[in-house]
Write a protein that binds this ligand. Structure first.
Ligand code: HEM
Length: 160
């Protein structure tokens, strides 16, 4: 009897269509941020490479190439960039609304499974960003690994 090869499950990075799509998404998102009354003051002084760095960071978390951590930063430096920004829940909510709206505009996959994983990650990451922005030091080791995200869930209760 012939056996069928096991189908491999694509990563979120592959499902989203690769790096080009992550970059198109964050490029447009940060253009919109600069026209948004709530977010513009938060990102007024942002580095020109910020949009690309966020694309590379999320792509790596979604099991794409390790571009952010090999060339641009680390999990530690990402957290460090949020320290002392004192982000509010209102700013976080607007960030989420706008980044998800931009996902629609650039045509990221809109199937229920992908969007559930995407929203789950953005909710998780943005809430941590707010928590870190109100801290004065990074509560992670300098060599802490990058997080990874798949089709499943967070893996357990929040540990403060
Ligand atoms: C999943 C959620 C998030 C991810 C993955 C993320 C990712 C990042 C990364 C990778 C950087 C560093 C960029 C670099 O190395 O140049 C950064 C910086 C920053 N993030 Fe976030 N972030 C998230 C949520 C947020 C939210 C919700 C806000 C505000 C509402 C925010 C505000 C900022 C600011 C102000 C900086 C510093 C920008 C600069 O000075 O260049 N982030 N973020």
């Amino acid at each position: 009897m012939e056996t069928q090869p096991k189908a491999t499950v694509p990563t979120l990075y592959e499902w989203a269509g690769g790096m080009e799509n992550f970059e198109a998404w964050t490029d447009l998102f940060y253009q919109r941020v600069h026209q948004d009354s709530i977010l513009e003051p938060v990102f007024r002084g942002m580095a020109p490479e910020h949009a690309k760095h966020v694309a590379h960071f999320i792509a790596e978390v979604f099991r794409g190439p390790a571009r952010y951590s090999s060339e641009e930063g680390s999990h530690y430096t990402m957290i460090h960039k949020h320290l002392g920004k004192y982000l509010t829940e209102n700013q976080r909510k607007r960030w989420i609304d706008l980044i998800l709206d931009t996902a629609d505009t650039v045509g990221l996959p809109d199937d229920p499974e992908f969007r559930s994983a995407l929203v789950g990650y953005l909710e998780w990451g943005s809430r941590l960003a707010v928590i870190n922005s109100n801290a004065d030091s990074v509560g992670e080791a300098i060599d802490a690994p990058m997080p990874t995200w798949g089709w499943g869930e967070t893996g357990g209760p929040y540990v403060p």
